[in-house]
Design a protein around this ligand. Sequence first.
Ligand SMILES: *[C@@H]1O[C@H](CO)[C@@H](O)[C@H](O)[C@H]1NC(C)=O
Ligand SMILES: *[C@@H]1O[C@H](CO)[C@@H](O)[C@H](O)[C@H]1NC(C)=O
Ligand SMILES: *[C@@H]1O[C@H](CO)[C@@H](O)[C@H](O)[C@H]1NC(C)=O
Ligand SMILES: *[C@@H]1O[C@H](CO)[C@@H](O)[C@H](O)[C@H]1NC(C)=O
Ligand SMILES: *[C@@H]1O[C@H](CO)[C@@H](O)[C@H](O)[C@H]1NC(C)=O
Length: 363
Amino acid sequence: MGKTFLNLALVIIFHFSVGTFSMELTTIFTDQSALLTLKDHIIYDPQNVLATNWTVSTPVCNWFGVSCGFKHRRVTALDLTGLGLVGTLPPHLGNLSFLSLLYLTSNSFHGRLPVQLSNLQLLKYLSFANNSFREEIPSWMGSLTELRRLYLFLNNFKGVIPFSLGYLPKLEFLSLKENQISGSIPFSIFNISSLQAIVLGYNILSGSIPSVPRDLLSLQVIDFTLNNLIGHIPKDMFDHLPNLKRLYLNYNLLSGGIPASLFKCTELQTLSLADNQLEGSIPIEIGNLSMLQFLSIGYNHFEDTNLLSTIEKERERSAVKCALSILQVGLECTAELPAERPDMKEVAAKLKKIKMELLRAKD
Ligand SMILES: *[C@@H]1O[C@H](CO)[C@@H](O)[C@H](O)[C@H]1NC(C)=O
Ligand SMILES: *[C@@H]1O[C@H](CO)[C@@H](O)[C@H](O)[C@H]1NC(C)=O
Ligand SMILES: *[C@@H]1O[C@H](CO)[C@@H](O)[C@H](O)[C@H]1NC(C)=O
Ligand SMILES: *[C@@H]1O[C@H](CO)[C@@H](O)[C@H](O)[C@H]1NC(C)=O
Ligand SMILES: *[C@@H]1O[C@H](CO)[C@@H](O)[C@H](O)[C@H]1NC(C)=O
């Protein structure tokens, strides 16, 4: 009994000391060695930034593109955007355990994204955009649960969008634009309530648009331009997107009608549905979208395009009227004699009235 207890105690002590030991092992020198390994993996550095700047004679925290935390002096951000670097990413980057931002945008990194990057559990901002990656998007990205921004656009990523990305509970911006990504859009993506923009355009995605299972109050931009999406726009999609500002579904193979619930997106500014196989009548409620500035629905099979030109004309008329009124106020302000010029209060009141008229005309 006593012996067992002793063994247990030893195990616990051993366990704790191992824990402390490894904690002490990762220091700023771990960060330095990870970054120097990255430097070794860069085969071309056109501006010689790393060669001249990343040297052991200066503290890591002063290196170009590196930021450290105030208190613990560990590397918290690595931003090497736009240096034109050519190289690969070593697994050692996974040792930068305090990293919250990793931006390698606009370089020519290629090869595999090392699985050790999944150790970066504090990562909030991650960009490999505009590089030369051509592997699949690794599913471990779904374990970086602090991620806010994930930018992988402008690469040659292939394969499917991992379902696990839907497990990123704090994700706000997701852009996978301009890759070779295929398969269907995982429905888990529309389960992220923090999502503000999802940009998947210029890929070869197929299947239909997943339905939106919950209110996504933050979602402002959906861009699925130029894919091979088929099927109907989900009927209840617009019931859950009250703050949607820009919707791009153009250049796909979508069929069926525009759901009448679209009018619920009262914040909508851009609606691009052109180049699909949409049909039926255009819901008259489109005219109620008073914020709409850009509407593109050509190259579909809609029945009545007259309605749209009516809406357009109404809008043009009120815009012209508004412009003329402003011009009038402007002319009054440029009167030769100061005494003839209206005072600022008067001008403000006039402009306000014009604004109200314009807004009323838009409703
Ligand atoms: C490295 O770059 C940083 C940031 O541009 C600069 O402040 C620092 O002086 C540079 N260090 C050396 C040794 O060139
Ligand atoms: C960092 O990571 C690499 C590879 O993942 C490993 O070989 C190395 O020992 C790690 N630790 C330190 C302290 O550099
Ligand atoms: C992509 O990166 C290259 C440099 O590698 C740069 O010249 C180009 O402007 C970048 N493109 C975009 C869209 O940022
Ligand atoms: C959607 O998110 C909720 C919590 O935000 C979670 O309970 C649920 O399991 C998620 N569903 C799917 C299919 O991921
Ligand atoms: C659209 O606007 C018209 C007139 O402005 C109004 O009568 C109608 O109820 C509105 N429709 C919806 C669905 O809000």
